[in-house]
Design a protein around this ligand. Sequence first.
Ligand code: SF4
Length: 459
Amino acid sequence: MKKKVAFYTIGCKLNYAETSTIEKKFDICYYQKVPFNSFADIYVINSCSVTKNAEVELKRIVRIAKNKNNDAIIIAIGCYAQLNPKEVSTIDGINLILGAEEKLKIEYYLSRWFFNNNQNGGKNTTMVFSMLKKDHYSYLPSFSIGDRTRSFLKIQDGCDYKCSYCVIPMSRGNSRSDSIENILEKIKFIFNKGVKEIVLTGINIGDYGKIYDEYYGYHRRLYTFFDLIQAIDKIKEKGRIRLSSIEPNLLKYECIEFLSKSQHFVPHFHIPLQSGCNVILRKMQRRYKRETYEEKVQQIRKLIPDAYIGSDIIVGYPGESHQHFLDTYFFLKKLDISSLHIFTYSPRPNTKSTSEIKIKEVSKKIQWKRNKILRHLSKEKYISFCERQVNTKKTVLFEKNSKNKEYLYGYTENYIRTKIQYHSSYENTLLNVSLIELDKEDGVMIAAAEPTQTPPSSG
Ligand code: SF4
């Protein structure tokens, strides 16, 4: 009888793409994939280490799995498992912990666990396999397909930057990328499978192009991000391409200009700012000043007025005074962006910012207050962005396998969440719509199908 195996992803789109690839490493002759909230023999949890919350989340997910089957084997992979395998091994219920390299051979390590466990008389021991961080050289090409309407395609991994609060370079290693040839091949494959939208993901996608060179023994730049987007835009297959987060200093004018005329790339930018105060940006070791950020936003607005521009902000960084926060607030207020993701600073082990926290910690109460103020600002910005789009015509990719039969949800090319009266033929379809009105309660735009259209065939 086949063993049942279930998967869960914590964290970013890149983790999601990798989970999807790791799922395929389980031989379908011996394993059957089941939903995570059902009984399984093996639960694989892809962990994250970006915030303290993501670590707490791992414990919660392990408990859920144990409640489904107390005898299940639980495998932790991903950033947290790589960064701090010792700490992960103290979480009750986890049997196998695999680092960044080892997760690529998950079936092999699982068989080693079975062997070891049999030798020990079935005592459900915990085993850790995790190489040293400096040996992070492998690149795991990944994409997700099947579960969601959109597909996530990994183009790059790791980061060579040293932002003072970030653990990612420690958990994912140096910056490295897939080749342009491989990426084009995968995009064609995914579109030919009927997927209508692909999101290009990575840790620092603007740094795309460093490939491992066998001769030199390190990763060196063979391509640029601009090379990649130009190559992608030439493909004949139909479908939309969306970029995930890109660092402001790496989003060059030539790229914005090219994207403004692209046939595949949608007008969507996610550009992390982190702080609107240059003093804090310097402390964070970010590689730009706020003036650079402002310039990028202006360039996008000039060439693509309707583009969605999202940003990330960290509040309560050590030493962020009231004045620094006000600088950020007023900078953001005048910036023509569409919405913000607000993160509250949390110290991550072995990062530079943790040494500053002892003397200049911002209290939890103030952090919470600042977070709330910026969330409010984000809502205002999103509403204003959406209201500018009312009465315009857009193309929405509506979700597939919708459980809701009253409304169908989807995103416009410029990332406005939209709903339309349910019609089965709209599922997984790029539909031309008019944006009628913003439902402010749930922040969703109400759309109507363009009257000239006959209902499309699904798929
Ligand atoms: S750019 Fe900075 S924040 Fe982003 S992954 Fe690299 S080090 Fe972390």
